[in-house]
Design a protein around this ligand. Structure first.
Ligand code: ATP
Length: 330
């Protein structure tokens, strides 16, 4: 018997670890674009899940943004049925008319579709094929836009998708390995033209920046960027816990927060307390930026009688005496 290719073995092991950690019985759902990363993930899941006594379904989203996208989706679904998935679902989504740029709109439509299909199948987790290289790109993009630790933590290995865990088992697997696994398994991945379109910052990082970094600093740089994300994520989790306690302790009896309690906090914790509080008041996390939190912080530490701080979603916060309070919109 031929030895198992290292790329295939590594990806199967990563999937096995992700599935073994799932608490309850029920199917998992692989989100597969047909690209090399999610195709390698799907092939590994089709192998591993039945051996763990778990059903696996596959879902592919047709964004309808390119000619032939419907056929591509059907081909992925047809492959999935052959590969032994218990369900193979194609969802066509409407991207136009959603807020944000085209990438953000497609992502929002995709995650909404994945959530719906997960609900229909009673899935206990959705698996996505983001790799170590995607993580390295995410960290670099976050660094470049000054996103701070929240951005530098990159993509979490697990997050909540409207009640269903979204898992990323391949965050420590390289793109080279997913390409190699597809080749070994005789799979022909779809090449997403967006991935090489230089009008996207991520594509430019992928095509120009990462290769330049590897040339200048050596091949370990991709692993190191991904490790940075893991280390920062662990620090973030600890600091967020501290901030939650500080937020609870800083509540003012008449609503809002007590300024002296906030002043006493370390700046890193205070920033997180204000961020968490702003979200609680209704500011959307994706729109909440450094600038907004800095404006709240200025009400605490740079107070000179200034007016309210404006947060996304029309949320306004003012300082009166020793209290930060929401401005009643009425
Ligand atoms: N059209 C789609 N249908 C289903 N899942 C998708 C689709 N597009 C992306 N995904 C999921 O999101 C993950 C990340 O996609 P993205 O396009 O950002 O990265 P990628 O590295 O190009 O992945 P891939 O090689 O799998 O296309 C994919 O691995 C897959 O799990």
């Amino acid at each position: 018997m031929a030895a198992l290719a290292p790329s295939v073995a590594a990806i199967r092991l990563a999937v096995r670890r992700a599935l073994t950690g799932l608490p309850s019985a029920g199917p998992v759902l692989v989100a597969c674009s047909g690209g090399a990363d999610s195709l390698a993930l799907a092939a590994a899941t089709a192998f591993v899940a039945p051996r763990l006594g778990r059903a696996a379904g596959l879902v592919t989203v047709d964004h309808g943004l390119q000619a032939g996208s419907a056929q591509r989706a059907e081909m992925v679904a047809a492959w999935a049925r052959e590969a032994g998935f218990t369900s193979a679902t194609v969802v066509r989504v409407e991207v136009a008319g959603r807020p944000g740029g085209p990438e953000a709109a497609a992502r929002e439509a995709r995650y909404q579709a994945l959530t719906e299909v997960a609900g229909q199948h009673g899935a206990v987790a959705v698996l996505a094929g983001h790799t170590r290289d995607d993580q390295a790109e995410t960290v670099l993009l976050a660094l470049a836009r000054g996103a701070g630790p929240r951005g530098l933590a990159g993509m979490p290995v697990r997050r909540d998708l409207a009640g269903v865990p979204l898992l990323r088992p391949l965050l420590e697997i390289s793109r080279e390995q997913t390409r190699a696994a597809c080749e070994v398994l005789g799979l022909s991945p779809w090449q997403d033209p967006h991935n090489t379109d230089p009008s996207y910052a991520r594509s430019r990082v992928r095509a120009d920046v990462l290769p330049a970094l590897v040339r200048a600093l050596g091949p370990g740089v991709l692993d190191n960027l991904a490790r940075t994300a893991r280390l920062v994520a662990a620090d973030n989790a600890a600091l967020d816990d501290v901030a939650q306690e500080a937020l609870a302790a800083a509540r003012h009896p008449r609503g809002g927060l007590r300024v002296p309690d906030l002043v006493a906090l370390a700046p890193a914790v205070r920033g997180r307390v204000l961020h968490a509080w702003a979200r609680e008041l209704g500011a959307s996390p994706s729109a909440l930026s450094y600038r907004h939190v800095a404006a709240l912080d200025a009400l605490v530490t740079g107070w000179h009688g200034q007016g309210p701080a404006d947060l996304p979603g029309g949320v306004r916060v003012l300082r009166s005496a020793d209290r930060l309070a929401l401005v009643d919109p009425t």
